[in-house]
Design a protein around this ligand. Structure first.
Ligand code: BDR
Ligand code: CA
Length: 309
């Protein structure tokens, strides 16, 4: 497999942090050009600071971090305090970083990177609300054609985690998601449909926390929250690493090409990804929607990544 150049757009976030580490651990396959922070799980200043901490942990402060959107395109920011609140992520067992975010705005850096590199060579991994990407597409629509792919954790077709139908990343900024899904870029979507199949059990977490190296033991702080949920009988999924896992081992996933529209009207279905699973709308397919994953393979990939990093 030739090395893929990726941009990670993210709102760390416990699962985002693991996704970043998984990408860095696989430097033979993935070249992380930069990390663009977006508001979501917490404020954008918080997500950028956390991205820097993760890079410090991995000894990779050479990877540039850019501050992105502080708020969604429309309305006020909704965060995910229960699992990723500032009070929780401030307590991560991670080293403080001496680096700072770069001066350029995230969406502008995405544009510059895509315009300066050969077309079809850069993939964006979107692990948070799609605000930065929508802003970049709005400013320079032609960059959509220059992307190799946009692989994202977004949406749900079988039940949401913010209302009955909406998933967090889309719910936080459905207007951005609508713009992104309307763009011609090749999209691969790891929605809740597939990440719910990657629930972190006590056994999985125990194996990750037992890896005998410094990085894995520092990451244990992130995993203890998930362990508490698993011990209480309601294990949670590790959503965002699924995006990186798909890049590394797409054969571990199955899915289908579908049309996806985004509900932006206020109300009970705000933020829904309306997935035409049965192809009844006559609308052209605009995304590859992952539907299943090899759970054991996914945790093996994480384990080997954290062992090697
Ligand atoms: C998504 O929401 C966030 O809280 C997680 O980091 C993940 O990206 C799951 O709905
Ligand atoms: Ca995230």
């Amino acid at each position: 497999m030739s090395k893929q150049s990726i941009i990670i757009d993210t709102d760390p976030g416990q699962d985002d942090a693991l996704a970043i580490l998984l990408a860095l651990a696989n430097g033979d396959a993935l070249d992380v050009l930069g990390i663009t922070a977006v508001c979501g799980n917490i404020s954008v200043k918080g997500t950028a600071a956390n991205a820097l901490k993760v890079l410090a942990l991995a000894g990779r402060e050479d990877v540039p971090v850019f501050l992105g959107a502080p708020a969604p395109l429309v309305g006020a920011l909704v965060t995910a305090d229960v699992l990723h609140g500032e009070a929780i992520t401030a307590g991560w067992d991670l080293p403080l970083s001496k680096a700072s975010p770069r001066a350029e705005f995230a969406a502008d850096w995405i544009i510059d990177t895509l315009l300066s590199r050969p077309a079809g060579t850069v993939t964006i991994c979107a692990l948070g609300p799609l605000t930065n990407i929508a802003l970049a597409f709005a400013k320079r629509p032609e960059i959509a054609d220059r992307l190799r792919a946009l692989v994202m954790m977004a949406g749900a077709s079988q039940g949401g985690n913010m209302n009955a139908v909406a998933e967090f990343n889309v719910f936080v900024d459905p207007h951005a998601a609508a713009r992104v899904f309307a763009s011609p870029v090749r999209k691969v979507v790891a929605s809740l449909d597939v990440t719910q199949k990657l629930l972190a059990t006590e056994r999985d977490l125990g194996r990750l926390m037992a890896i005998p190296n410094r990085i894995a033991s520092q990451v244990s702080g992130l995993l203890r929250l998930y362990e508490a949920y698993a011990k209480a009988g309601s294990p949670r999924p590790l959503h965002d690493p699924a995006v990186i896992a798909w890049l590394l081992a797409p054969e571990m996933f199955s899915g289908k090409d579908v049309n996806v529209e985004i509900e932006t009207a206020p109300g009970r279905t705000y933020g829904q990804t309306i997935v035409d699973v049965n192809a009844v709308t006559g609308r052209a397919t605009n995304a590859h929607w992952l539907t299943d994953a090899d759970r054991e393979g996914f945790y093996r990939l994480l384990e080997s990544g954290l062992t090697r990093i």
